[in-house]
Design a protein. Sequence first.
Length: 378
Amino acid sequence: MSGAGPAASFPFDARPLIEPVRTADIRSFTNRLRAEGRLGSAFSGTQGVQLVLLIVVGGVFALLFLSIFGTIAGAMVTSGSVGWLFVLPVLLILAAIGAIVWLAIRLYAGGRERWYRLARFAEANAMSYVPSLADPGLPGMIFSQGHSRAARDLVRGDSPRFVEFANYRYVTGSGKNQSTHKWGYVAIKLDVPLPHILLDAVGNNGLFGSNLPTSFDRDQRLGLEGDFDRYFSLFCPRGYERDALYLFTPDIMARFIDNAAELDVEIVDDWLFLYAKRDLSTLDTATWAWLFATVGALLEKFAQWSRWRDDRLAADASARGVGAVAAGGIADPFTAAPDLRPPPGVAPEGRRLKRRVSVLGIVAVVVFVAIWAVTIFL
């Protein structure tokens, strides 16, 4: 795909992901990233957290063995018997510390090699690489959840339209109840804003239903013909059913089934997002082949979507045209006709799906408050 961006499904150059690399090149690349301010501290991000945990565990491990060693050594000195039993704890401590240091070095070195390979992969395919980006600020549902939001390993292209592949993390809760949520996403910029539409993939749902962090009112679900409902649950704002059918014609539905049945899909404003509950920006060539084929298959159909207009905005356009004619701003009334076509955009009622209120959540809150009140006042 060299020189063409991610528009074409095949071929693309995957050699940088698997071919041998030199340590000196990796070191030089990492130093350049850090000098340009594009790379944080070695102790930042997911790998940084793992490094800190290794150091902490190593410290605790060493202190524990030193404590045991001190006790044993004191007993041996007191009894006058100092031999191999005295040396053994020292060897165990050194072995444990050495193993932890080795793991930490391997972890950090593996991270640097990953950055280098992904950067070269992006360059080979006329794209760019960004190691990390705090709080991307995109309008998709996963980007407004929790705190400590960050995207990592961003691979971006802008021909023929902007496409971004990345991994994403956010944190919910705090203290002992803190949880880190892992996602991979593909963000594709569209030509015009479209109604808020969600395709909840059936194949990746869990025991208790959708794996998505947000749920929506069931009366917004739209049944579609054919086998589409076996693969996706489609949600669109009420009153936009006809618009959804215009956007999701049988040929476009077939593209999603054939290429994106494992991914959740969200259309919001002028963006299309593909979500997965795992990393998508990886060193795995098969994953990239699948992602490039999926994006390439979808891009071919977006020209139809660019022609969509929200008829609910037609009244405003008509009023503006008539007002201009009445005010004498247009000499020939017929020249106002093109302006009567609805402008690109979505009426307020179609911009966001209505979220579902969790009955179980309300019950849980009521029970918690009741128990708290009983413990306080009794």
